[in-house]
Design a protein around this ligand. Sequence first.
Ligand SMILES: [Zn+2]
Ligand SMILES: [Zn+2]
Length: 271
Amino acid sequence: MSAHGGQRINAVDSGETLNLVSDVTKVKTSLSVVKDRLLKGQIFPGCGEECRNCQAAENGCDSLRRGIQQLIDEGCLQFDQARPMKNDVSTPIGSITISGHKFLGCPIPCSVLLTRLEHINTLSKDTEVIGSRDATISGSRNGHTPIMIWYTLQKKGLVGLENEVCKCITNAPYLHQKLRDAGIGTMLNEFSNTVVFERPLDSEFARRWNLAHEGNISHVVVMQHVTIQMLDSFVDEFIQKRAAWFHRGGGKPMCIAEEIGVENCTCISHN
Ligand SMILES: [Zn+2]
Ligand SMILES: [Zn+2]
């Protein structure tokens, strides 16, 4: 969709099987929410932010509806029919932790832990000094970190974050597939950006690419700054060096089935 900045916006998550809505009147999401998100993504939704007609109308003005219909027709905007969510709060998940200093990129370590009320109650205690209940893990609160997380969320915005996530979970399978095509044992979990593979035999190579390793496996966390070009040159160099390592040592890929599963291993007995 070159006319609108080259990006495609999915209003609702793009699952494996899409059941797309093709008529703007059938869209369940409030059109003002859609408009807001399009504007944030620098896509013109049919009328501007200050549109008076929109303020008067119940669910967007005629221009907005026409604009969104056009984006749907062009395939630039997709709405999936609502389906039950996979990870809703009724799952047995007990806690979720989000680091502010990793994906979000806050300058000092900070994180948010979401958990069930019962667990929070175990953790918190009444603190006389502050005259209230303390529900923080560290027992004290840093006033800066919530501001940093808030600032980062505001700055990136929902669309910005979605685009970053999209980049990572598109590039990770790219790396995974490239390694697999080269016959290198590799594993990538669904919805993950951590690609696990056989440990390179050369510590110089591992250091240069900043690989984290454990036993016979290494991994790469595909973050926002990682480009396709970087992944290409990494895999190309890996293939080249690997051939030399195996040639020198007369070796074959070691078995890493225990670490990454039989179906992912490329050793002689599992290939
Ligand atoms: Zn309007
Ligand atoms: Zn094996």
